[in-house]
Design a protein around this ligand. Structure first.
Ligand code: SF4
Length: 208
């Protein structure tokens, strides 16, 4: 049991091919990257950063399975989504499925950004999670590095939540669109009355 918790491969193997295990999803967010965009919070992270804003995302157990194809259709069916952001959890533990999702939404004209607790250097090394390079090749923007509480940035104009994190802009067309702030909050209220609160340091909170 202890080994199961510390080795994400064991639970990642339970995810069917072509599916993602996600913690949450929202359309039309304006506080998780450039412009108006969908956000996919993946399930599972090993880091346990003190002060983590998404502790419910740490478990690698199956939470919500969704096929890459249906998620791509969902994202593309909302004309207000200009892009999609991968957050977590740790997106790169599910890199192959996210790379596939990225390819589909990019073919539909959207841009793709990801947060990660890894550094870019680690993602380009032989120790990176499987499929990391493939996902990197699909990204327009990467924000890398773990959240370090002692380096926290609480500023109305900082897109990163701790000063060690770096913004890598792979698509020059987005160079002047790094305009969101990590301490903004957004509340989504759905038709069934449920709420989703997001934006503060990339956090996600679901409420009935
Ligand atoms: S990398 Fe992100 S999701 Fe994982 S523990 Fe750190 S802050 Fe939380």
């Amino acid at each position: 049991m202890t080994q199961r918790k510390s080795n994400p491969d064991l639970t990642l193997n339970e995810i069917p091919s072509g599916y993602l295990n996600i913690m949450g999803y929202v359309d039309e967010s304006e506080v998780n990257g450039p412009g108006c965009r969908a956000v996919v919070w993946v399930q599972g992270c090993l880091r346990k950063c003190p002060g983590c804003f998404n502790t419910e995302s740490w478990s690698f157990q199956i939470n919500q399975l969704i096929s890459v194809d249906s998620l791509a259709q969902k994202i593309l069916s909302n004309p207000r989504n200009q892009g999609v952001t991968f957050s977590g959890g740790e997106p790169f533990w599910q890199a192959p499925a996210l790379a596939s999702l990225a390819r589909q939404v990019k073919a539909g004209g959207l841009n793709v950004m990801s947060f990660t607790g890894f550094t870019l250097e680690q993602l380009r090394s032989t120790y990176a999670p499987s499929g990391a390079l493939d996902l990197l090749q699909q990204l327009d923007i990467l924000i890398d590095g773990p959240y370090i509480q002692s380096l926290a940035v609480n500023s109305p104009n900082s897109p990163v939540s701790s000063s060690n994190q770096k913004i890598h802009i792979f698509n020059p067309a987005l160079q002047d669109q790094i305009t969101w702030a990590s301490d903004q909050i957004e509340v989504h209220i759905f038709k069934d009355g449920s709420r989703l609160i997001t934006g503060y340091r990339g956090g996600l909170e679901l409420a009935e």
